[in-house]
Structures are given as C-alpha cells and as structure tokens.
Design a protein around this ligand. Structure first.
Ligand code: LER
Ligand code: MN
Length: 277
C-alpha cells in the first residue's frame, strides 16, 4: 500500500504554492499526492512532474466533470465532447506522470435530476468507459470511477452499482475508487462493500465519516484494513478532505465549519493513524 494526500486540503489550484508543500508532505511520510485535473487549459503537467520527482513523490489526479460536461447527457454532442475531453485529460495525466485518474467521472458533482438513472444513461456510461480504454492503455493510466453519496449524485451511489459498472466495462484500466466517507452513508457494511468490489478496486479515499482526521470518528478502520489486506490491495490509501474556506471547493463538499483545528491536521495526524492501522 502507498499513502497519498489530496491537495484539496490546502487549495483548489495546482501551482507553485502547492509544490512548495511537497517537501513537508514527503517528510510527514506520504508517498504521493493527488492533485486536481479538471480542465485541459493551464494544467501544469511539466512543472508538476518536475516538482513531484524532485521530492520523491508519486502523483495521482482527482477528476470531476465541469463546464457542462457529462458522459450521460441526453445530448449525444455533449457525450462525444466529454469523451474527447477525457481522452485529452488522460494524455495530460501521462505527461505529468499521473498513474491513477480518479473521481465521479460520469456527471457533474451535485447533478441531481430528481429521479432514478435510466438504462440509456447507464449504457452511455458503459460505452464511454469502453471507448476510453485504448487511450488509457496507451498512456498507462488507470481510470477509477467513484461512487458518491446520494446528496452528491443520483448515478452511482454504492459498491454494488460501481461493481456492476466495472464488470460491464470489463477493461483492465477501468476500475473503482472507494471513498470511506461516501461508503459510510451508503453501505450497510463498509468492509463488505470493499470485498464486493474485489478485483475492481483501483484506488481508496480514506476519509473519516465527517471528512475530519482519519481515526477521530466512527469509521471502523480495523474492518476496512482487514478487507484491504484480504484483497491483497497494493494501491493507494489517499486522505481526502477539503479546506474549510475554499469557496467553490468547500461548497462542493458542503464544508461550512472548522471540522478540525486546521485542515492540514487531517493530513498530518491522519497519516500517523492510518500507518498504525
Ligand atoms: C471526490 O473524491 C469526492 O469524494 C466528492 O465528494 C467531492 O465532492
Ligand atoms: Mn473521494
């Protein structure tokens, strides 16, 4: 297992301010960082690669769909545009030496149409992930699809749905990101969710039930790590949380209070706890 931290704890941007944190992130025991990759424009692939390599860190990307993009839009034009956009993001990810591109990469976070998903939407998503397969292989990138809780998406909420999606796509470079924060809301048994995902598990977000310091809440970490050990999971254990006053980002995560004394305590105290686990 490798330990990562999502830089949303500090900022929504990926720039020198974030690179300046890399020595400290490394010193605190992390093997890698996870940075936002939402848009093609201005993604600093070369600078990011240099900064991570200079600090002996690996890199993954957190991707969400913005600017009206969606793989499950009724509009075929939007679906095609979104697929091309993702193909471009995968190439940029490879330029930055990103190995896992992960997130709720189907429709925008917060898109809640007030109904169940349709069979057409499901099929459009399956088709898109299959079509992305070649680009993922050529660029040696893994796409990890993240189920979100019901208040952030209507499309994929559970380990069962994510497993059904990954099974239908049936591509070695397409799997699942399991986030303990969302699972705490949607799964009856978080560890059972992990076991169900099984071979499709490609990435893990280790978040406490309130997005605070892992180990400070009621997630059953013993059961989570027992499941990961049984699955022989060798991938990333990435702490994800969000700054408490970061505008759009805090709004997306609905964080309106100081969950801990500082956002970075979530990273630096969290890793000590997770390593003990
Ligand atoms: C992204 O990884 C995530 O977990 C979402 O809840 C972000 O809003
Ligand atoms: Mn997450």
């Amino acid at each position: 297992m490798k330990f990562g931290v999502n830089t949303f704890i500090w900022s929504a941007a990926c720039n020198q301010t974030i690179y300046d944190l890399f020595p400290l992130i490394k010193a605190k025991g992390f093997d890698g960082v996870e940075v936002p990759l939402f848009r093609r424009s201005n993604f600093p692939a070369t600078d990011l690669r240099r900064a991570t390599e200079a600090n002996g860190l690996e890199c993954n990307a957190a991707t969400v769909l913005v600017d009206g993009l969606s793989l499950i839009s009724e509009d075929r034009g939007v679906r095609c545009k979104t697929l091309r956009h993702l193909q471009d993001l995968v190439k940029l990810a490879a330029d930055a030496n990103v190995k896992v591109m992960a997130g709720p990469i189907y429709s925008p976070v917060g898109y809640l149409p007030g109904r169940r998903r349709t069979m057409d939407e499901w099929k459009w998503a399956v088709d898109a992930y299959k079509l992305l397969g070649d680009t993922l292989v050529k660029n040696n990138v893994i796409l990890a699809i993240e189920p979100l809780n019901r208040f952030e998406t209507f499309f994929i909420n559970t380990a069962a749905d994510a497993t059904a999606m990954a099974s239908e796509v049936d591509h070695p470079n397409v799997g699942i990101l399991f986030d303990t924060f969302h699972a705490n809301i949607e799964e009856k048994d978080i560890a059972a969710g992990l076991r169900m995902i099984g071979k499709h598990l490609k990435h893990v977000h280790t978040c406490e039930n309130d997005r605070g310091i892992p180990g400070s809440g009621h997630i059953d970490w013993g059961a989570v790590f027992a499941a990961l050990r049984d699955l022989k999971y060798g991938g990333w254990i990435t702490i994800e949380s969000f700054g408490f006053a970061l505008g759009d980002l805090s709004a997306a995560a609905a964080i309106w209070r100081d969950i801990e004394k500082t956002p970075e305590a979530i990273a630096f105290e969290g890793i000590q706890f997770l390593k003990k686990c």
